[in-house]
Design a protein around this ligand. Structure first.
Ligand code: 0A1
Ligand code: ZN
Length: 850
């Protein structure tokens, strides 16, 4: 195990770079086992820095030679970089190094995926390509020459020249090394173009393997929609003559925003109705937009240091959420984003891995690409927008871009732009970036003599390293309804800044029904004792769609928690009646109705129990959820067949919101129908399906009632040559497995010929799906933990990043009963003892076990 404490990096220790780069010339001579990288870099001392020795980052490089101003030098080389005596004035550094992309299984730096050379440099991968000051506040103009015998040779920026076996690229926009990219391979392009608002024609290419050319059209359309949206909404246009996207099979994350050359996990860009679900289409569009939006929020304005990761990620997620909402409807999108927060981010906040949106220390920054930095980071941006209003938001964004274009910025810079543009004091708001944990608002109310008062108290529990939590500046949107559902006070933003505060509304003729935290206006938990009748009233009448949905979810949640606490029982008639009324209300968007039908996730219930001091029992939680599903299926048996039939789409498949919403509701109903018809409707749908949404949903429904064997085999036989579809085939068998069989099924699938565990998508489809199956993973006998640990120990030397991310599956540590705690600790201790455990995984295990 490594000495991690010694290598912890602290935000407080930031110092400006000692040397700046005026220009970079790279020549890359490609060969699978011996690629040569020649660099020529113009350095000058940073006038803002005291004199410091010249050091460059570098890892896994074989230095062939180095020179300064043409004179050979012999630097001192260490496993993490080199130092060298240099003049105290500007000079040109030259180096030649050798690397072995074919042996790079970590998928960081230059590596090979199915014969295609590609790079991943965020966060600190460039140092595996050549010696360089690999930090985001060193920005430089890059010129790149690639030499190789593949038909396509790509890098950032604009193409300069090319000939047989070589190509040159020049990126005029100064950038940090993490945005460098190179791709070379036997690829073909789906091409198109986009004309910017100021009339420039941009060539667009989506580069794929020839067999995937029929899966590019949707992604290209998504890119063009994103380009037009960013111009229209933010006045931000693309800034090069060409925008290239490349699909690769082996990739640790979804995609990467390299300047002018985005590299995508194939699963995040390739789409066709036969092989992709509606959810895939939506996700692909959002990721393409996300990476494109980074061109301004991340690339033109980048981060000063990696502690500021949320500066680009929170803002860019917020922008992609806005984009999806604008295109497909805000209500459903807001509910989905809130579900991610509640089911995943609140869990992270409540466990040993809790960290602020802007962390102040790390060992390995790759471990901080989290739901807290990304999704909670986006929530902070959304709260800021609510606080400054739409005009203030645009003024602040414009000022932020004008001030920091071409520079590396901080969260302080970000908030200062809004403070200066709007005059609002954001000092207290800054705490959101520094303070981990989910605030809890306790809300009570009273009414007398026409005056209604809301009392709001805020608390945030201690999190690792942060025992005390001063109050936050929380925008709480509320509305007040009368007993017919009419708004007596329309949506109003309350600004909660104190530990306890009272808000008064006068002139009311009767006690109103409050609708609190409308549109999920802040990432907080609201504690308010509300009876089922009031919840049912809001489910029927709330004028805020988010809170209308939330009323139904709270009804279900209160009921589930009650049944869990009492060990079982019958569901509330009030809940079932509310559900019936909502599902049969054809004025409501089917996607919204599908969301109302979705029960609170196991994770959500687990956290609620743990926060209230009850030790959650994963088996019981699962059983109660299943019992409720069974009761719903029984109670609604008279309406389900018609409801299902009404959602069937006869028009040719389109992944639009209208069709997708109907399929979503239809498939949610199908899951219930299967409980009462032994899977007959699901089998019929499976047999007739002409698109992946219908086919996969039917397979899932069949598997969920133990009738999926034949369908699973048929699905396998049809799709065994399609790597992306086979990921779905692997995952769904585990996701739908009964808890007591999930580990055995996972284990069996790891022996299936399709399980190529070095491929991150495959690994996640199998082990990641087990980790996301709460009752399957948290088996009382510890078998789920043991199986995951076995595989993580095997994966770590091959791919530390993916291993470390998946170790977070153990973050229930501290939440469950003593037996499970011991089993989790045993599994983690085994991982910790693995020989030469990576720094990535070591940090995660240590944070979990501290
Ligand atoms: N910046 C990318 C995500 C990303 C992050 C890290 C990676 O490798 C460690 C790869 C991609 C995004 O936000 O889309
Ligand atoms: Zn991003």
């Amino acid at each position: 195990m490594q000495d991690v404490a010694a290598s912890t990096i602290h935000l407080a220790d930031y110092t400006v770079p000692g040397w700046l780069v005026d220009g970079v010339h790279l020549t890359v001579r490609l060969a699978p086992h011996a690629t040569r990288v020649l660099s020529r870099i113009a350095f000058r001392p940073n006038p803002d820095s005291p004199p410091v020795p010249f050091t460059l980052h570098g890892e896994d490089l074989r230095l062939i030679h180095a020179a300064i101003d043409g004179q050979p030098v012999t630097p001192v080389v260490t496993p993490t970089g080199l130092t060298c005596d240099t003049p105290r004035s500007a000079f040109v550094w030259e180096a030649e190094v050798e690397i072995a992309p074919a042996a790079n299984t970590a998928l960081e730096g230059l590596y090979m995926s199915n014969g295609i050379y590609c790079t991943q440099c965020e966060a600190e991968g460039f140092r595996k390509i050549t010696y360089y000051p690999d930090r985001p506040d060193v920005m430089a103009v890059f010129t790149v020459r690639i030499e190789g015998d593949t038909p396509v040779l790509l890098s950032n920026g604009d193409p300069v020249a090319q000939g047989p076996g070589w190509a040159e690229w020049h990126d005029p926009w100064p950038k940090p090394a993490y945005l460098f990219a190179l791709v070379a391979g036997d690829l073909v392009a789906h091409s198109d173009s986009f004309t910017t608002l100021d009339g420039r024609c941009v060539a667009l290419n989506l580069w794929v393997r020839a067999a995937d050319l029929d899966k590019c059209e949707f992604g290209m359309g998504a890119l063009k929609r994103a380009m037009a949206w960013d111009e229209r909404v933010y006045g931000l246009a693309y800034d090069l003559s060409v925008f290239n996207i490349v699909a690769v099979d082996d990739f640790n994350m979804g995609a990467m925003e390299n300047k002018g050359l985005n590299i995508f996990n194939a699963s995040a860009v390739l789409a066709s109705p036969e092989t992709s679900t509606d959810a895939d289409f939506r996700r692909i569009e959002a990721i393409i937009a996300h990476e494109y939006f980074h061109n301004w929020t991340g690339n033109r304005i980048t981060c000063r240091d990696w502690f500021q990761l949320c500066l680009k990620e929170g803002l860019t997620v917020f922008r992609d959420q806005q984009f999806t909402g604008d295109l497909h409807g805000h209500a459903v999108k807001r509910i989905e984003d809130a579900l991610v927060m509640r089911n995943r981010q609140f869990q992270e906040d409540a466990g040993p891995l809790a960290h602020p949106v802007r962390p102040d220390r790390f060992v390995e920054i790759n471990n901080f690409y989290t739901v807290t930095v990304y999704e909670k980071g986006a929530e902070l941006v959304g709260m800021l927008k609510r606080l400054v209003g739409d005009d203030g938001w645009r003024a602040g964004m414009d000022l932020y871009v004008a001030r920091h274009d071409g520079h590396a910025a901080t969260i302080e810079d970000w908030l200062a732009a809004f403070q200066d543009a709007t005059g609002r004091d954001l000092t207290q708001f800054m705490r959101w970036y520094e303070q981990a944990g989910t605030p809890r608002l306790t809300v009570t109310d009273d009414y007398a003599d026409g005056i209604y008062r809301l009392h709001i108290a805020q608390t945030t529990r201690a999190t690792p390293d942060q025992p005390d939590k001063p109050p936050l500046h929380i925008p709480v949107a509320i509305g007040l309804l009368d007993d017919t559902g009419a708004e007596v006070v329309p949506t109003t933003l309350l600004e909660v800044t104190e530990a306890q505060q009272t808000f008064t509304f006068d002139g009311l003729s009767a006690r109103p029904v409050p609708s609190i935290l409308r549109d999920f206006s802040a990432p907080v938990i609201v504690n308010r004792t509300v009876d089922a009748a009031e919840r049912a009233f809001l489910l029927a009448h709330d004028t805020d769609p988010f809170n209308r949905w939330d009323a139904g979810r709270n009804l279900a949640r209160d009921m589930a928690l009650r049944l869990i606490r009492t060990g079982g029982g019958a569901p509330d008639p009030g809940y079932l009646a509310g559900l019936r009324a909502t599902l049969t209300d054809d004025t409501l968007d089917p996607a919204f109705r599908a969301l109302v039908l979705t029960l609170p996730a196991d994770n959500d219930l687990t956290i609620a129990l743990a926060l209230d001091g009850t030790v959650p029992d994963p088996d019981l939680i699962h059983r109660v959820r299943e019992d409720i599903r069974g009761a719903i299926a029984c109670d609604l048996t008279d309406i389900l067949p018609d409801l299902y039939a009404a959602q069937q789409v006869t028009a040719p498949y389109a992944p639009d919101a209208s069709q997708a919403g109907r399929r979503r509701l239809g498939n949610a109903v199908l899951m219930l129908l299967s409980l009462t018809d032994d899977g007959a409707a699901a089998q019929a749908q499976f047999d007739a399906a002409t698109n992946m949404t219908q086919s996969l949903a039917a397979l899932g429904a069949l598997l969920s009632v133990g009738r999926g064997a034949a369908a699973a085999q048929a699905f396998h036989d049809r799709w065994q040559h399609d790597r992306l579809v086979m990921n779905k085939w692997l995952a769904i068998q585990i996701a739908m497995a009964p808890p007591e069989q999930a580990v055995a099924i996972t284990d069996a699938l790891t022996r299936h010929p399709a399980f190529d565990w070095g491929n991150p998508n495959r690994f996640r489809s199998v082990l990641g799906t087990l980790a996301a199956h709460p009752a399957g993973f948290h088996r009382a006998d510890g078998s789920g933990y043991a199986l995951l640990a076995d595989w993580l120990i095997r994966l770590d030397p091959v791919n530390p990043q993916t291993t470390a991310r998946m170790v977070s599956a153990f973050d229930g540590l501290g939440r469950f009963d003593a037996g499970r705690q011991v089993a989790m600790r045993t599994a983690l201790a085994r991982i910790r003892q693995a020989p030469a455990l990576s720094r990535d995984t070591t940090e995660m295990v240590n944070r979990l076990l501290r």
